[in-house]
Design a protein around this ligand. Structure first.
Ligand code: ADP
Ligand code: MG
Length: 563
């Protein structure tokens, strides 16, 4: 060993390690899933880089991951012949957390172990999860393409610092040795490891091998060891739908999303014809902590003809569907695609249109067939979906059908009314969808604007999310019915007002003309008009907005942003 040094972990790593060890005790076995996931990523990366530089394969093209164990030494070893790491890579990746939002993530932790363990799951525990079961972890690695003398040895007890040294390593790739804690020695067991691999990693596309066991559980001596593949090793999405179990779909979801929980729905499709691609799209069961971060991870895992190309390919779905996770595998794209090319390639545009439709259809089906799950979905992602009509003009009507609102029909702020529900309850002669926006449910619920609607038994949607006013700027009609903000201008209830009503209103307006003039004179420039209103049944007066005025909510947002 040369160039030996001891370095400290980044503060966040220390915090994360502490947390992980204390909150994941009931889910220890995931360390293997995480290490295999990294090994499989390393194989993917090598395969990809070797497209341009075949010499990286160094003659050994058959990529595999090997899991070995030694009950006497109390070790579990995960070894891959993937891309490997240089000394700089090791320091950068196994000493810090590069993920965006780490600080926010740590702040979001509550100290409640159950909740925190779920959050950690969403964050993706990754390599550091090795310390859940090990009190010392060693990494031997060499980056493909570097000479054997550029191997790296990393080792740590997970307590604040790690040792790093340059070593000789003949073959490329990474070997990770876990020295199990005394009370976790049970993991050094062939049967148990196979079970865990089956459970979490069966769908992994690269072969995961374990030493062949003979009767009596005896392994061959290391020199003549034979290996057998223990996972299915075919990319899940390439198999026919009817041969894939729900558990297999769920396992792949956990792999692509880093979520501990199950997805709420998925859609697996093969498109053939002018464009050929396979997609497997998932709706997560809960919102990630960074759903509203600009730099939060989003996008799909992109493969071209089974070869992994990149994570977080954002070009395949619009921003308002950023919560969708999954895989897209194209037959049309070149293996050399880059993010820049993705931005321009017209093939991507067509795929994006197709995939967007898939997602909207999947949500539509979920809403129709599993309303409870859809309610759950709406709580998690409804706010994001509301960005849709502004971003995706072509699908406005479809998105509108997926929206849910609170309304005067119910008596809580729960957003459960669809526009179709509303339309189904419309009164004879009603051809508009009425809505009111405001700061809070309590405020709009008691608004004087609602008085006339209550009197006539007309339902009004109550919109109190920050984004609602903006949303309504882009939603002009649903099913041929236009939207009317009940707080605006001269409210014309059309045929919903009888002829007598109208006459009475006109007479009233005439008789109060003097009063109106006096109020106008008193208020001067503070208002643009004063009118006799037939909106009110109890309150003496109400402030209304002109048809062209910016809404109050939007005005506040603009003021807050200094405009
Ligand atoms: P993530 O996989 O989400 O990036 P991890 O903590 O699991 O986070 O891994 C951190 C980084 O360490 C990886 O992104 C990768 O660069 C590097 N790494 C981990 N394991 C391996 C491996 N077996 N081969 C090559 N690189 C690895
Ligand atoms: Mg990982």
């Amino acid at each position: 060993e040369t160039r030996k040094e001891t370095l400290g972990f980044q503060t966040e790593v220390k915090q994360l390690l502490q947390l992980m060890i204390h909150s994941l005790y009931s889910n220890k076995e995931i360390f293997l899933r995480e290490l295999i996931s990294n090994a499989s990523d390393a194989a993917d990366k090598l395969r990809f880089e070797a497209l341009a530089r075949p010499e990286l394969l160094e003659g050994g093209a058959e990529l595999r991951v090997r899991v070995d164990f030694d009950p006497e030494a109390k070790t579990v070893t995960v070894e891959d012949n993937g891309i490997g790491m240089s000394r700089e890579d090791v320091i950068a990746h196994l000493g810090t957390i590069a993920k965006s939002g780490t600080a926010d993530f740590l702040n979001a932790l509550s100290g409640d172990q159950r909740r925190d363990s779920q959050l950690i799951g969403q964050f993706g525990v990754g390599f550091y999860s090795a310390f859940i079961v090990a009190d010392r972890v060693e990494v031997f690695t060499r980056r493909a393409g570097l000479p054997a003398s550029e191997g790296v040895h990393w080792s740590s007890t997970g307590e604040g610092e790690f040792d790093i040294a340059t070593i000789e390593k003949a073959d490329r790739g990474t070997r990770i040795v876990l020295h199990l804690k005394a009370d976790e020695a049970g993991f050094a067991d062939g049967w148990r490891l196979r079970e865990i691999i089956k459970k979490y990693s069966d769908h992994i596309g690269v072969a995961i091998q374990m030493p062949k066991e003979h009767h009596g559980e005896e392994k061959d001596a290391p020199a003549e060891r034979q290996w057998e593949t223990v996972n299915r090793a075919s990319a899940l999405w390439t198999r026919p739908r009817n041969e894939i179990t729900d558990d297999e779909y769920k396992a792949l979801y956990k792999h692509v999303s880093h979520d501990f929980g199950d997805p709420i729905a998925w859609s697996h499709n093969k498109v053939e014809g002018k464009l050929e691609y396979t997609s497997l799209l998932y709706v997560p069961g809960r919102a990630p902590f960074d759903l509203y971060h600009r730099e939060a991870a989003r996008g799909l895992k992109l493969y071209v003809q089974r070869v992994f190309i990149m994570d977080q390919a954002e070009q395949f779905l619009p921003l308002y569907l950023r919560f969708i996770r999954g895989v897209v595998d194209s037959n049309d794209l070149s293996l050399n695609v880059s993010r820049e090319i993705l931005q321009k390639d017209p093939v991507i545009g067509s795929m994006k249109t197709g995939l967007t439709k898939r997602v909207l259809d999947m949500l539509d089906k979920l809403a129709a067939n599993e309303p409870d799950k859809y309610r759950e979905f709406w709580k998690n992602f409804g706010q994001v979906l509301k960005e849709g009509p502004a971003e995706d003009f072509a699908n406005r009507e479809k998105i509108a059908g997926l929206l849910r609102f609170a309304s005067t029909h119910g008596d809580s702020d729960a957003q459960e009314v669809s526009l179709a529900d509303y339309a189904g309850r419309m009164k004879d002669g009603q051809d508009k969808i009425y809505y009111l926006t405001g700061e809070s449910y309590a405020q709009v619920r008691n608004s004087p604007h609602l008085e006339v609607f209550r009197k006539k038994g007309l339902e009004v949607l109550l919109l109190t999310d920050r984004i609602d006013e903006w949303l309504m700027g882009y939603l002009t009609e649903f099913d041929g019915k236009s939207f009317v903000d009940v707080a605006r201008g001269d409210l014309d209830l059309g045929t919903l007002d009888s002829a007598e009503d109208k006459q009475a209103q006109e007479e009233l307006a005439k008789s109060k003309q003097d009063l109106v003039e006096r109020i106008k004179a008193a208020l001067g420039d503070e208002v643009s008009d004063v009118r006799v209103s037939h909106r009110l049944t109890e309150s003496p007066a109400v402030l209304a907005l002109g048809d062209q005025d910016i809404g109050l909510q939007l005005r506040q947002i603009l003021e807050a942003s200094g405009q």
